[in-house]
Write a protein that binds this ligand. Structure first.
Ligand SMILES: [Mg+2]
Length: 403
């Protein structure tokens, strides 16, 4: 029996090569045409500064915060799709501020106007050519572009990225205070139903051990406990403190020593009975590579404000996955806008098994409608809506002045 080339290709299912586009494909192509993919353009970028005072000062080993000082960007396209992004710089860690973010945002606005918002990777490359060390504002633009991408595709971002973890647990953090006050705060969170508690340490190793003991006694033995030293200890102090804390069943310690000391971090990891998680030592994917090569830590704490957004956060998660490491996504003091972007990253990556997305809990107001919902016990659920799945409360937006 002989078969023609056309018949052969058809038999293989390559009808398109043999004749014309199969039925159904034309409709799909028309749908893509209709979405404007490849033709969408950025018409304008609205930039706003806003501050959210905290209910109470938040103290860590590096200092005290009284408010979130943020920047909102609204990237407006010619099709009417608007992407939302938020920067929440935390100067002692990220090195940028609301003011430097506003300056950079103006330059980025001029650079991206008229360009294709779906070309996220190319645009981030171009942004990288004009921005150095303002990771928070890059994060704001990255999440706004990702929001547009999800909206154009008609999918929640975590689903567009291949994830299915619509619901997962976040911890809640107790700031630095006396052992008694920290125990009261953490104990209250545990009674509320939180199964993961994080607490700040990193001042005096003996007092820190007392803090940990008080908190462990208050939350009981079944609640998971993470501690964060925010670079506060020397290498010998960290080894001493962590050995002393071993009996309190701690899941991991974040950034025991100063951010730049990778050898010191590794020395602590080698001697510590408690797993070590890099936080301030990890900003960008290249930092992840260095930490992996040095075998300096067990886990990564990825933050959008350090990594410059969702895209780099996902790159870090992929590097960690290749090194058989698990990650957490953490936060600064973001509103539910940037926190929801972080939640989409968590939901889309299988090796991100820890979340610390509680930055909004001490905010005096919540300017976001939609977005991630958080139960009283810390269960985060993402909305089944396109993109980030949220908006800025119109009444809040009305009060802001464009920059
Ligand atoms: Mg930390």
């Amino acid at each position: 029996m002989t078969i023609s080339r056309k018949g052969f290709l058809k038999a293989l299912g390559f009808g398109i090569l043999a004749s014309q586009v199969p039925r159904g494909w034309a409709a799909a192509a028309a749908k893509i045409e209709e979405s404007g993919a490849g033709k969408l353009r950025i018409k304008d970028v609205e930039i706003y500064a806003f501050d959210i005072p905290l209910k109470q000062p938040f103290r860590i080993s590096l200092g005290v915060s009284n408010a979130a000082n943020d920047v909102l960007v609204r990237v407006v396209t010619d099709s009417g799709i608007v992407g939302l992004g938020e920067s929440c710089p935390f100067p002692p860690i990220t090195g940028d501020t609301q003011d430097t973010n506003l300056l950079m945002a103006r330059s980025i606005r001029e650079m991206i106007k008229g360009k294709d918002p779906l070309a996220v990777d190319s645009l981030l490359g171009e942004i990288g050519h004009i921005v150095y060390s303002n990771p928070s504002i890059v994060a704001a633009f990255d999440m706004a572009l990702m929001d547009i991408l999800g909206k154009a595709a008609g999918l929640p971002l975590f689903r567009l990225l291949g994830g299915d973890k619509a619901t997962f647990e976040t911890d809640i953090t107790t700031g630095m205070d006396t052992p008694e006050k920290m125990a009261a705060s953490a104990g209250a969170h545990a009674s509320q139903g939180y199964k993961n508690i994080k607490m700040k340490v990193g001042l005096d190793p003996d007092l820190d051990a007392e803090r940990v003991q008080a908190v462990r006694e208050a939350i009981g033995k079944d609640v998971r406990l993470r501690i964060d030293a925010n670079q506060g200890w020397t290498v010998p102090q960290a080894i001493y403190a962590l050995r002393k804390m071993e009996r309190f069943n701690i899941q991991f310690v974040e950034q025991p020593v100063v951010a730049w000391d990778i050898a010191g971090l590794k020395a602590v990891r080698n001697e510590s009975p408690i797993p070590v998680c890099a936080d301030e030592a990890l900003f960008l994917p290249q930092d992840a590579m260095k930490l992996i090569k040095a075998e300096a830590c067990d886990y990564f704490n990825i933050k959008l404000m350090k990594a410059g957004g969702m895209t780099n956060s996902i790159r870090i998660a992929h590097l960690a996955d290749a090194a058989n490491m698990r990650c957490m996504v953490g936060c600064m003091l973001e509103t539910r806008l940037a926190l929801t972007a972080g939640a989409h990253v968590v939901a889309s990556q299988r090796n991100i098994t820890f979340a610390d997305l509680d930055g909004y809990t001490d905010h005096t107001l919540d300017p976001i409608v939609g977005g991630m919902a958080v139960s009283s016990s810390g269960e985060i659920t993402l909305p089944e809506l396109p993109g980030l799945g949220l908006d800025v409360d119109p009444a809040f937006l009305k009060k802001l002045k464009r920059v």
